[in-house]
Design a protein around this ligand. Structure first.
Ligand SMILES: [Zn+2]
Length: 319
């Protein structure tokens, strides 16, 4: 199934526990599972690698987010048979999975890997049905720039319902965009030839959005932002102004933080670090939320998202 090097149990110094279910299909049990991101945060700090960014395709800029869905696949028929037996007795049984790894070595390679300074990545994407799915799976070439794939390129020793197994990980990584204009453009392209690929630039550094201001005195562009109606900068390629794009990106960041903290709930930098955010990401996150009055910072440095109504309205207006 794989030529990956096998990580020996004796070389492991740490383990984490998670639970998975036995699957929807009546007769069969899964050969692998998507893992609970919170349970595995010390093993795969997904939040550190998921990003809100922009994508530019044929001059159209859209906010987007990169979503990682780590999946674990096991080897071996006996284990599969055991799971099938379990399922026949209790289909709702939550199967405990203990994943072993060498935390010291893993942490060292994760710390060594840094994608914070990537300004953009150029790639090409299949037009296909991306106008309706609103996204793509990213190629290994792109993913390896965003996630330290090498650190996970092992067969990991795992106990599935207390039965030892060799498992491999798959870091399914997808990019989702949020733009009606881009969706329309992709639909047009798809009608002509759905098998064609389009050049795409995934932009992480806002300075590379090509929304640079090159005003001549008194010059105003004819084109207007499709969201707020303000005149666009004269050399802008986008159909939205930076302010609107910035608010859309902030919505994506806000939605992610809302998965962990409710409005008015107190949290601090330590909580964010524990979830897997890096210090750099925390600074960007807090700055963006502060800019739009979505967060308050207490005297002791702790944070609170503002009241639920304000948060909901912001998401409704700009999401
Ligand atoms: Zn605007």
């Amino acid at each position: 199934m794989s030529n990956k090097p096998v990580l020996q149990e004796k070389d492991c110094d740490y383990s984490i526990l998670t639970h998975v279910n036995l699957g929807m299909r009546i007769k069969d049990v899964p050969s692998g599972w998507a893992l609970n991101l919170f349970d595995i945060r010390e093993f795969i700090p997904v939040l550190r690698y998921e990003k809100e960014c922009y994508i530019r395709i044929r001059g159209i800029i859209s906010p987007c987010r990169i979503v990682i869905n780590p999946r674990l696949f096991y080897k071996g028929k006996p284990l599969k048979n055991h799971l099938r037996d379990l399922k026949s007795k209790d289909e709702n049984f939550k199967v405990p999975i203990e994943i072993k790894f060498n935390k010291r070595e893993l942490d060292a390679s994760l710390d060594e890997f840094n994608s914070d300074n990537i300004n953009y990545i150029d790639t090409d994407l299949l037009v296909g049905k991306s106008y309706s799915s609103k996204g793509w799976g990213l190629s290994k070439d792109v993913v390896s720039q965003l996630i330290p794939l090498k650190a996970y390129d092992f067969m990991f020793p795992v106990y599935i319902d207390n039965i030892p197994a060799e498992t491999r990980l798959n870091m399914q990584t997808r990019l989702f965009y949020n733009s009606v204009e881009l969706s329309k453009e992709l639909e047009e392209l798809s009608k002509r030839d759905s098998k064609q690929r389009v050049d795409a630039r995934i932009i992480f550094n806002e300075e590379y959005l090509d929304l640079a201001k090159k005003f001549k005195e008194g010059y105003k562009s004819e084109s207007k932002c499709t969201i707020c109606g303000n005149s666009l900068d004269c050399d802008s390629k986008s159909d939205k102004c930076f302010d609107c794009l910035d608010k859309e990106i902030t919505v994506l960041k806000l939605k992610k933080i809302l998965e962990y903290f409710k409005p008015s709930e107190t949290f601090n930098e330590r909580d964010l670090l524990d979830l897997g955010y890096t210090k750099g990401q925390i600074i960007i996150l807090i700055n963006k939320l502060e800019k739009y009055d979505l967060i308050s910072i207490d005297w002791d440095g702790s944070f609170q998202l503002v009241d639920e109504t304000t948060i909901t309205n912001f998401i409704k207006q700009w999401g």
